[in-house]
Design a protein around this ligand. Structure first.
Ligand code: SF4
Length: 342
């Protein structure tokens, strides 16, 4: 079976190129440069390799990039959603978001998701399998090639729970960060988790400065149980304790995501309670009005969201009510794949 070069870290790539292919060492950096910087994914186009080298690479290796299966672009803000087909036919989604000074990508880490959060369409589709590190990085490279532009920020907030595919996700992060590969600054990479406590603690030991975002969405177990079944395994206090341990180890601030649902978790008491449970953690809160489409939940009014945010700020917590993007294309994950899963 041919080896997919995207599944290799630099050391593995170097071993393959020098030991298995018998090429000189400098060929490794040339090939990495073609793939990660020049977005060239066929050996025939790697013109600084000899014709014989290209032919032997074609026999033993491939660069498998997820295939763009569908694209939706927002007419409001250019947010672009990609549906990718993996080499076994499975479909995953990624989203490109445009900001004044940067392009951000929200990428998937699993095909589907087992966690069944009630507000999320991906959870309704169920879990199929983990993605390989090459498939994860491949989304970024395929979108960069399509856009003919570099992506400046990457968030693991697409389909799947990244910390349940820990090994492949961490390998993909190192490959995106590696100066000899994608060379994206670690502070431009964010892992977003539903709160897999033991893995959050492990993240604190990594020697890489990525950012952590935790989907809390509720400050009591009674509330969180109703929208996130994973809360029965990792309840609020355990998730927050893990965040403290992560912070002790890494000295980094944690972002908490809070999906605001009208009449459920958007009251002044909810805001006060959230501030109480976050005390002692250097944190920032992102308030996100719920996407009504898969869930049937309603969004709180702007007045409620602003009042909620103001309470948190008055308690010393940096808080942002996140601007919605791509509302006309249902930019929340799982929507586009759902179209093909009926
Ligand atoms: S919100 Fe995230 S963790 Fe929850 S079901 Fe959706 S993809 Fe899974």
């Amino acid at each position: 079976m041919k080896k997919n070069l995207l599944d290799m870290d630099y050391q593995e790539l170097n071993y393959f190129i020098t030991e298995e292919m018998g090429f000189q060492k400098f060929r490794t950096s040339q090939i990495a440069d073609w793939i990660y910087q020049k977005h060239i994914f066929t050996f025939d186009e790697m013109t600084n390799l000899s014709i014989d080298q290209r032919a032997s690479l074609k026999e033993k290796a491939e660069i498998f990039l997820p295939e763009i299966f569908d694209i939706q672009k927002s007419r409001i803000d250019d947010t672009t959603k990609f549906l990718f087909k993996l080499n076994d036919g499975n479909l995953v989604e990624s989203v490109i978001l445009y900001y004044p000074n940067r392009i951000a990508a929200c990428i998937s880490s699993q095909v589907g998701c087992a966690l069944k959060c009630s507000f999320c369409n991906t959870g309704k589709l169920g879990f199929t399998r983990d993605m390989s590190s090459g498939e994860i990085v491949g989304q970024v490279l395929a979108m960069e090639k399509y856009l003919n532009s570099n992506i400046n920020n990457i968030v693991y907030m697409g389909m799947g729970e990244p910390l349940l595919n820990y090994k492949n996700v961490i390998k993909s992060i190192y490959n995106l960060n590696d100066k000899k590969m994608k060379n994206l600054g670690a502070r431009h990479i964010t892992i977003s988790t539903s709160g897999i406590a033991d893995k959050i603690e492990e993240l604190g030991n990594l020697n890489i400065e990525i950012r952590l975002s935790v989907s809390l969405h509720a400050s009591t177990n009674i509330q969180r149980d109703k929208i996130m079944p994973i809360n029965s395994k990792y309840p609020v206090e355990q998730v927050l304790q893990a965040c403290k341990t992560y912070q002790d180890r890494s000295n980094k601030r944690v972002t908490f995501e809070y999906i605001a649902i009208k009449g459920f978790n958007d009251s002044a008491d909810d805001a006060e309670n959230l501030a109480n449970v976050l005390s002692g953690i250097k944190s920032m809160v992102n308030i996100i009005p719920v996407n009504p489409n898969p869930s049937g939940y309603e969004r709180p009014s702007k007045r409620f969201l602003d009042a909620f945010a103001e309470i948190l700020r008055s308690r010393g917590i940096d808080t942002v009510v996140r601007a919605e993007k791509g509302t006309d294309i249902d930019a929340a994950c799982g929507q586009l794949k759902g179209k093909y899963s009926k």
